[in-house]
Design a protein around this ligand. Structure first.
Ligand SMILES: Nc1ncnc2c1ncn2[C@@H]1O[C@H](COP(=O)(O)OP(=O)(O)OP(=O)(O)O)[C@@H](O)[C@H]1O
Length: 320
């Protein structure tokens, strides 16, 4: 795990798999320092989540990455192409869903996507096929004739993503893609993002720790314009530490005798942190607990480093 500030020495070697490299990125708005010395790398096929409280600098970072805003300082390479020096060439590889996608409510889905395909400079003969493919990937096959004004928020987000992938970019940038969606729409959109990641790298921003844990391979936490944490996330299926809550009458001493359990630590409020050996799974643990006659109220994967940093930062934010 790479904790704290990532390497700043400027030049990490550009590996074959590196899709995006951001070096010492800074941006000021008048006297406001929105971003300071941000360094990031994204590999092909990776989903990177930018997490952080309000005003952390996530949107500014994504706007600069998408070429919508110039940095005050720093360098961005997409597929090895310098975004500042060769913007058209670099932008061909990226698709962007802004925080508020510029949808035109009076247009129908097909009309809007055709319009966007022209903006992406797709050749006219390829437009119908590209529109159909983007709709298929975003689950909009049957929505071509629907007015955008009549779409639900979830479908509008799908359409925003469809416009961003029309030209089959290598990099997809999504600013708060699930903001304002209900839990069902959120789940669908997360599944869509994961499926898109099979073909391109994705950088998304979110306020939600759970969202980043559910969708992303890597989390970067920003606070006051700086990167404070940058680490690969462990899939919960490979998690070795589990946070459990037992009914108050349960004899927690039994936990360490269960199969695959290496240790158990009380963390307050009938909660315990249980560490499993490398073969142990959540299913083994819950089965063991139930078979031992203990009452299991909660079982959650422990992502302690990420959670600790995130809530420390949110805590700072709340007090200011
Ligand atoms: N156009 C602008 N002019 C002046 N200040 C700006 C501008 N855009 C952003 N800022 C400031 O830069 C800082 C970072 O803002 P940014 O929108 O990037 O944060 P964020 O992490 O995306 O926040 P949120 O989650 O609320 O969208 C904030 O202090 C914000 O007020």
């Amino acid at each position: 795990m790479e904790f704290g500030k990532p390497a700043r020495s400027g030049y990490l070697p550009l590996l074959m798999d590196t899709l995006v490299r951001v070096t010492d990125l800074s941006r000021r708005f008048g006297s406001q320092q929105a971003l300071s010395d941000v360094n990031l790398c994204l590999d092909r096929g990776e989903v990177l989540g930018l997490l952080g409280p309000n005003g952390a600098g996530k949107t500014t970072c994504l706007r600069i990455l998408s070429g919508m805003l110039a940095p005050s300082r720093g360098r961005i390479e997409i597929q090895g192409i310098d975004l500042a020096r060769k913007p058209l060439q670099a932008k061909r590889h990226l698709g962007y869903l802004p925080e508020r996608p510029p949808l035109h409510p009076e247009l129908r889905v097909d009309e809007y996507l055709t319009f966007c395909a022209r903006i992406h400079r797709l050749p006219s003969r390829r437009i119908p096929e590209s529109v159909a493919e983007a709709k298929r990937r975003c689950g909009l096959e049957n929505s071509g004739q629907r007015l955008i004004a009549k779409l639900s928020k979830g479908f509008r987000q799908r359409l925003g993503i469809a416009q961003a992938i029309l030209h089959r970019p290598k990099l997809l940038i999504l600013d708060e893609p699930t903001e304002g969606l209900d839990p069902f729409q959120m789940r669908e959109l997360r599944a869509l993002i994961r499926s898109l990641a099979e073909e391109c790298g994705v950088i998304l921003s979110s306020h939600l720790l759970g969202e980043v844990q559910a969708v992303c391979d890597r989390a970067v936490i920003m606070h006051q314009g700086r990167v404070r944490f940058d680490a690969r996330l462990q899939p919960s299926s490979q998690c070795s530490q589990w946070r459990i809550r037992l009914t108050p009458t349960s004899d927690a001493g039994v936990l360490v005798t269960l199969p695959h359990v290496l240790s158990s630590e009380a963390i307050g409020g009938d909660r315990y942190l249980v560490e499993l050996d490398e073969l142990g799974t959540a299913a083994d643990l819950s089965r063991g607990i139930v078979m031992a006659g203990l009452g299991l109220l909660e079982l959650l994967p422990e992502h302690s480093d990420l959670e600790r940093v995130f809530f420390d930062l949110i805590g700072v934010e709340d007090r200011t």
